[in-house]
Design a binder for this molecule. Structure first.
Ligand code: PLP
Length: 404
C-alpha cells in the first residue's frame, strides 16, 4: 500500500544509476509507473496508539516514511527523497522548496555565534549575501578564499573555523578545486564541509562518498530539467544528521508533493539529458575557443589546463553551463552580441532543456575578493540546451559579429 513498500531499495546496488532512475519508485498499488501526488496536511490514523507508534518508528528510523503530519512529507515527497538518497549514496536527503533553501539549511545547521565560515570566492551570490551579510548579525564571520589557490584556503583556517563551503565549479567563472585536499584539511581540523553540487549533480560526482558532510543540489536545474518547478536537496552523512534534523524541524521549509512529483518525473531522464548537454556544450566550447573576441571559455574542455585536470580527477562528465570572457571597450556591442542570439532565452536559472544566455558585469556577478573584472572585460553565461548543436553554433556565429 505504501509507496515506500513498493520501492526497490536493492535496485541501485545491482544496476547503474541510469537503470535505477528508470525503474525505481513504481507504484505497484495503483499500478502506475510514477507515484501519485499525495497531498496532505492531516494524516489520519486508526487510533491514538497508531499515532504514537508512528512517531516512535520515525525516531528509530529517521529515513523511513513514518510521517505524522504533512509538514514532514507524504509518500510522494518520500519517494523523491528515497531516489536521491540512493543516487547520492548518503545517509539522508532533505528536500527544500528551492535550491537556495538547501544552502540555508546546510549553513544554519552547523554554525553558532562566534564561528567563522570559509567560503569559496566565486560562490553563488545569494549564498554570499546569506553568509557575509545576514549571518553577521549573529556574530558569524565569513571569510572568502581564492578557489584557484589551495594555500589561500589553508592559511585562513583558525580555531574558530566551523565550516568550509565549496561550490564546484564556481558560479560564472567556473573554477574547479581539488576536493580531496579540502576534505582532508577539514577533517584534520575537525571542520564541517559543504559543497554546492548543482552543476554536476550526483550523476557526475557523489560528494558524500568523496567525504563531504553535506551536498546541495538545486533541483530547479537539472533534476527538473524543464524550467517549470523549483526545489532543492541537501544530502548529508551520519556525522551531521542530528544537527540538520534539528534545524530542519524548525525551518518549516518543505517541498510540496506537486513539486516533488514534477522533479521525480524529470529525474527519470536526467542521464539522457546530461549526456546530450555535455555533447552540445563541448561542441560549443570548442567553437567559441577559436573566436578571437573571446579570451576565455570557462568550461573543462582544454586538456592540460588546471581546470581540466581537476575536473577529470573527480567528475565522470560535464553539464551544459559555461562562461565566456569577452574583451571589448565597447560594452554595448557585447550586449548587442547577447541580444542578437535567436535561440537563447534571456533569463535566470538554467538546467532546462533550452538554451539561455546572460550578460554578467561585476555588479550582476556579485561581490568578489579575487578575480575581479577589468573595465573592458565582460562575462557571458551560456546554458547550452538540447537543441541541435549545429543550430546553436550557427546562432552564436551570426551574433558574435556584433562584438566590436
Ligand atoms: C540556482 C542555484 C542555486 C539556487 O537554487 P534555486 O533553486 O534557484 O533556489 C544554488 N546554487 C547554485 C550553484 C545555483 O546555480
Amino acid at each position: 500500500m505504501d509507496i515506500a513498500l513498493s520501492f526497490k531499495y536493492q535496485y541501485f546496488m545491482k544496476t547503474s544509476l541510469s537503470t535505477f532512475i528508470k525503474h525505481t519508485a513504481k507504484d505497484f498499488h495503483n499500478r502506475s509507473v510514477n507515484p501519485p501526488v499525495v497531498r496532505a496536511s492531516t494524516i489520519i490514523f486508526k487510533n491514538l496508539q497508531e499515532i504514537e507508534k508512528t512517531q516512535k518508528k520515525y525516531i528509530k528510523d529517521p529515513r523511513s516514511a513514518n510521517f505524522d503530519y504533512g509538514r514532514q512529507g507524504t509518500s510522494t515527497t518520500h519517494a523523491l527523497q528515497r531516489i536521491l538518497q540512493e543516487m547520492e549514496e548518503c545517509y539522508k536527503v532533505y528536500l527544500t522548496p528551492t535550491g537556495f533553501g538547501a544552502v540555508f539549511l546546510a549553513v544554519l545547521s552547523v554554525v553558532e555565534p562566534g564561528d567563522e565560515i570559509l567560503i569559496t570566492d566565486s560562490v553563488y551570490s545569494p549564498t554570499r549575501r546569506l553568509t557575509e551579510d545576514y549571518l553577521k548579525k549573529f556574530n558569524i564571520k565569513s571569510i572568502f578564499y581564492d578557489p584557484k589557490n589551495f594555500n589561500d584556503l589553508k592559511s585562513k583556517i583558525t580555531n574558530k573555523t566551523k565550516l568550509i563551503f565549496v561550490e564546484n565549479p564556481g558560479s560564472n567563472t567556473f573554477e574547479f578545486q581539488d576536493l580531496r585536499k579540502i576534505i582532508s584539511l577539514a577533517k584534520k581540523h575537525k571542520i564541517y564541509t559543504a559543497i554546492d553540487n548543482t552543476w554536476g549533480t550526483p550523476y557526475l560526482i557523489k560528494p558524500i562518498k568523496l567525504g563531504f558532510d553535506m551536498s546541495i543540489v538545486s533541483a530547479t536545474k537539472y533534476y527538473s530539467g524543464h524550467s517549470d518547478v523549483m526545489g532543492g536537496s541537501l544530502a548529508i552523512n551520519k556525522k551531521v544528521f542530528k544537527l540538520v534534523e534539528a534545524t530542519n524541524r524548525v525551518t518549516g521549509m518543505r517541498l510540496s508533493p506537486d513539486d516533488a512529483y514534477l522533479i521525480l518525473r524529470g529525474i527519470r531522464t536526467l542521464d539522457v539529458r546530461m549526456d546530450k548537454h555535455q555533447i552540445n556544450a563541448l561542441k560549443v566550447a570548442k567553437f567559441l575557443s577559436k573566436q578571437k573576441k573571446i579570451i576565455s571559455v570557462y568550461y573543462p574542455y582544454k586538456k592540460n589546463s588546471q581546470n581540466y585536470k581537476l575536473w577529470k580527477k573527480y567528475y565522470s562528465g560535464t553539464s551544459g553551463l559555461m562562461g565566456l570572457k569577452v574583451k571589448s571597450k565597447n560594452r554595448n556591442s557585447v550586449k548587442s552580441f547577447v541580444n542578437s542570439l535567436k535561440l537563447f532565452g534571456y533569463g535566470f536559472s538554467w538546467g532546462g532543456f533550452e538554451s539561455l544566455a546572460l550578460y554578467q558585469n561585476q555588479k550582476q556577478m556579485g561581490k568578489r575578493s579575487f578575480s575581479n573584472l577589468k573595465k573592458d572585460e565582460h562575462i557571458i553565461r551560456l546554458h547550452i540546451g538540447l537543441e541541435d548543436p549545429v543550430d546553436i553554433i550557427n546562432d552564436l556565429k551570426q551574433a558574435i559579429k556584433k562584438i566590436k
